[in-house]
Ligand binder design. Structure first.
Ligand SMILES: Cc1cc2nc3c(=O)[nH]c(=O)nc-3n(C[C@H](O)[C@H](O)[C@H](O)COP(=O)(O)OP(=O)(O)OC[C@H]3O[C@@H](n4cnc5c(N)ncnc54)[C@H](O)[C@@H]3O)c2cc1C
Length: 458
């Protein structure tokens, strides 16, 4: 036996790919394998936008492998059964894969290890593939993980990183291993119209352009809603078409305040992963409960619908929700203020919002999504859990001219300047001209008072 299987999961790339590199060691033959995992679909974690992006990634991975003499093998079904089947067909003695943090990923790893060892094969799980610093590598004195970002970041910044690896020159795949057709984005229902293309080549082009033209201004412009001046690399990080280790190295080499601020955001990603690794239940349960008795019933349901559809009557909230629908992506400032509006102003359970985001976000990611939702809801790691973002103040600050709102809310496109943020203050004739835009679903001060009462902060 001189064959390895590489199980690709959230690391769909050829550059800086430690499992593939280790599998090729000593010019072994390799079966690059992706399993369309039945359990992921059964858990409802297959949003059309992500399936489309995934299809692009797999096609691109196959192309890259073919350029190197190999190809991607795709199977579908139970991931453990399929890996064992392929390992048996290829007479492979070892399987390589990336470490991951969710409860499901860790169960998958344990099941796979047991099954492979039962057949006399070894499983190698590689760190620093989907994170720059592995979960658990940094711990405070009194806990198994950091619950506050700032001290975590201090330690994270001092941590030496391994070098980024180049892509392999050749990949030799043993002949007779059969593959299903690559999944395709064609025919997927309900895709967002403005969905970005996936794949390592697209990710690397975006990264190069970002480091050349975007990152220098990141520190000053990352909150500018209309400016759209963030990297938009999140889906590539989610699917692993880009390596976090390589990103940190390249941003640090670029240097400057913008690059430093960008690297800090990459540390947030690792931070949430180390929280989820230590507390896998935080995907569904409050990390730090506030004993909320979230609103339910008909009025709450109507508010949820208005929020989902971008018709709350608060233009900046509605603009961000419509961007999500249209692109399968939302600006971070939009995510913050729409999540605050749902969980605090409307006092709706964060899980309702998190689920909706996961149905649409192309970068929808269990660690980042659930823990950011909890952060905003005040049940997570925010050290100021009862802060409430006022959508009008946020709009004035982060969309001062109103361009973001006019871009996404066509009913208000005729209103010039910052007046677009408060349609209820328009003259009767101006308001009549945009009458199809709804009145606010809630008075902000009433929403705030309700939240304060609920949290015992009156
Ligand atoms: C309610 C809510 C839900 C979110 N859901 C997700 C999600 O499902 N998937 C996801 O990747 N991000 C999520 N985020 C974090 C953040 O909004 C996105 O990562 C970011 O907007 C992606 O755009 P970008 O790539 O241009 O980010 P940039 O600003 O260019 O940042 C670079 C990278 O740093 C990481 N990053 C940035 N901000 C954060 C953060 N707050 N937490 C963790 N990592 C961060 C991302 O990987 C991002 O791609 C969420 C934030 C909130 C408030």
């Amino acid at each position: 036996m001189n064959v390895s299987v590489v199980l690709f999961t959230s690391d769909l790339r050829l550059h800086d790919q430690p499992p593939l590199r280790a599998a090729l060691d000593g010019s072994r033959e390799v079966v690059p394998l992706f399993v369309v995992d039945r359990a992921v679909a059964a858990a409802g974690f297959t949003a059309p936008n992500r399936l489309a992006f995934l299809a692009d990634c797999l096609r691109d991975l196959d192309t890259g492998l073919r350029e190197r003499g190999g190809r991607l093998v795709v199977r579908s079904g139970d991931v453990v059964e399929e890996v064992c089947r392929v390992a048996c067909e290829a007479d492979a003695d070892e399987v390589h894969m990336a470490a991951d943090v969710s409860a499901y990923a860790r169960l998958r790893e344990a099941r796979l290890r047991r099954a492979l060892e039962g057949e006399g094969r070894r499983l190698h799980v590689h760190d620093t593939v989907t994170t720059a610093v592995p979960p658990g590598a940094l711990t405070p004195a009194s806990s198994d993980h950091y619950a506050v970002f700032t001290p975590y970041f201090r330690q994270w910044s001092r941590q030496p990183l391994r070098d980024a690896l180049g892509a392999p020159r050749t990949v030799r795949v043993p002949g007779p291993i059969g593959s299903e057709d690559l999944p395709s984005r064609r025919g997927l229902p309900g895709l967002s119209q403005g969905l970005a293309p996936g794949g390592e080549a697209a990710g690397r082009r975006r990264l190069t352009a970002w480091l050349r033209d975007g990152v220098a201004a990141y520190e000053d412009r990352h909150d500018d809603l209309a400016g759209d001046a963030t990297s938009r690399l999140s889906p590539h990080l989610h699917f692993g078409t880009l390596s976090p280790v390589e990103l940190v190295h390249r941003a640090r080499r670029k240097g400057g305040g913008g690059a430093d601020a960008f690297v800090r955001q990459l540390a947030w990603r690792d931070f949430h992963r180390q929280v989820l690794a230590a507390r896998p239940d935080a995907a569904d349960s409050d990390y730090r409960t506030k004993r909320d008795r979230w609103r339910s019933g008909r009025a709450a349901q109507e508010d949820i619908e208005a929020w989902r559809e971008g018709r709350t009557g608060y233009p900046v909230v509605d603009a961000a929700m419509r961007q999500l629908m249209h692109e399968g992506w939302m600006h971070n400032r939009g995510r913050l203020l729409t999540a605050s509006f749902l969980t605090k102003t409307l006092y709706i359970d964060w899980r309702v919002g998190a689920r909706h985001f996961l149905e649409l976000l192309v970068d929808g990611d269990l660690a980042n999504n659930q823990l950011n939702w909890q952060w905003v809801a005040g049940t997570g790691t925010d050290t100021r859990p009862n802060r409430v973002l006022n959508p009008v103040a946020q709009a004035r600050r982060h969309d001062p001219d109103g361009a973001y709102v006019r871009r996404w809310v066509p009913e208000l496109a005729g209103i010039e300047g910052p007046a677009v943020h408060e349609p209820w203050k328009l003259s009767a004739s101006e308001r009549a001209a945009c009458a199809s835009y709804p009145d606010p679903v809630v008075d902000l001060s009433e929403g705030l008072a309700r939240f304060r009462r609920a949290r015992g902060r009156e």
